[in-house]
Write a protein that binds this ligand. Sequence first.
Ligand SMILES: *Cc1c(COP(=O)(O)O)cnc(C)c1O
Length: 467
Amino acid sequence: MDYISTRGRAPALDFEGATLAGLASDGGLYVPRTWPRFSAEEIAAMAGLPYAQLAARVMAPFVAGSLTEERLLELTTEAYGRFAHDAVTPLVQLDGQQWLLELFHGPTLAFKDVALQLLGLLFEEFLGRSERNLTIVGATSGDTGSAAIDAVAGRAKVDIFMLHPRGRVSDVQRRQMTTVLAPNVHNLALEHASFDDAQAIVKRMFNDQAMTGRFAIGAVNSINWARLMAQVVYYFAAGLQLGAPHRKVAFSVPTGNFGDVFAGYVAAQMGLPIERLIVATNVNDILHRALAQGDYSQGTVTPTAAPSMDIQVSSNFERLLFDLNGRDGLALAEQMAGFEATRAMQLTNAQREGAAALFASARADADEMASTIRWAWEHCGELIDPHTACGLFAARTAGIAAEVPVVTLATAHPAKFPEAVERATGQRPSLPARVGDLFEREEKYVTLGGTYEAVAAFVAEHASPKV
Ligand SMILES: *Cc1c(COP(=O)(O)O)cnc(C)c1O
């Protein structure tokens, strides 16, 4: 399998190359040259497989040429062995139509662990084949940072620099990053910055030859294809449990950077019968506006109780637009350059109609999030976090036909956001024992002004050169 850039000018790479490169050198994102497709018989044969085996089966076509399926299975067994639930991503029934897919049983209590636990092992595998050092630079709205740090802390040949907007992540989220004291971990709190600002700094570093000449800069954000690939698996896991390939399922996905829901789109391309993918946003609703009205224009970020979705530029939307453009990279490069110059773009009719065939969207405001958290508690005895609440709100209001099961991706453990859950239900969710002493541990981070120059200087001073 080889990987091509959505902007048409970067060289094609194999899976190993795309995993280590992160962003393509033309500013685009890597996607597989073609979507592999399973037949209905092949999908039926996956029913009942343990998660690690299902993962190896679903991902094998994407890693061909870089890893054997046997080696991939060893890595998935190790990655998913660290989850606190033996089902890895258990499915919980709420009512006659609604289901929750619990993705938060990993070490840092959010769905990011599902991909990043594997990505940490992939980095180690590929770096072990050469003399290279990798410098990971990432931006986090809260959950990517802790999951990525957990996945690479203490590993040889990798340094990680994680940027977070100071004061805009929850206490649990911050402490999960800053209490990891391994010497290869660097937490940078950016002043006067939003997640979008932090993400823009990261993207600029990938295109700064003064940096890329000295350091092999790698990505743990969902611009890295390997992350999305790992997330495709749980769509299959849930679909199979609810009757795939013989029955269609809808998914509602709390969305920020469009990574998780894009993985659902990939599952559909691979043959999983999906009735609809519901893109759920909070009031930072650029994706809802884009899908409902064709208006992809950047607003200002409003902080909400669901900070991991407080995003106004959704990097992975570009991967969908690429397909909807007939995979014309040069045309997309022009469209994206227009967006980068004006911070606004109008989708073409072809893009709008193409998206409408599979996607729906909805936006939840603060009251709708709170009332959905309350509904899940009062009617189903489930405590859900504010991100999951956006998804469940959208799931319950999307008008999906009654015979189609709707699976909301439960993206974070409620104890990551205890205040919002307690306000809505009167119940304070307790942290699972595995992270219990978080509030006693020492923190380590540096505060920097939110400029590119400040971040680049810090990285240049502390990172290991490529070779
Ligand atoms: C990252 C995150 C999201 C958004 O996922 P994307 O892949 O960026 O769309 C939603 N909920 C939680 C809890 C997250 O950590």
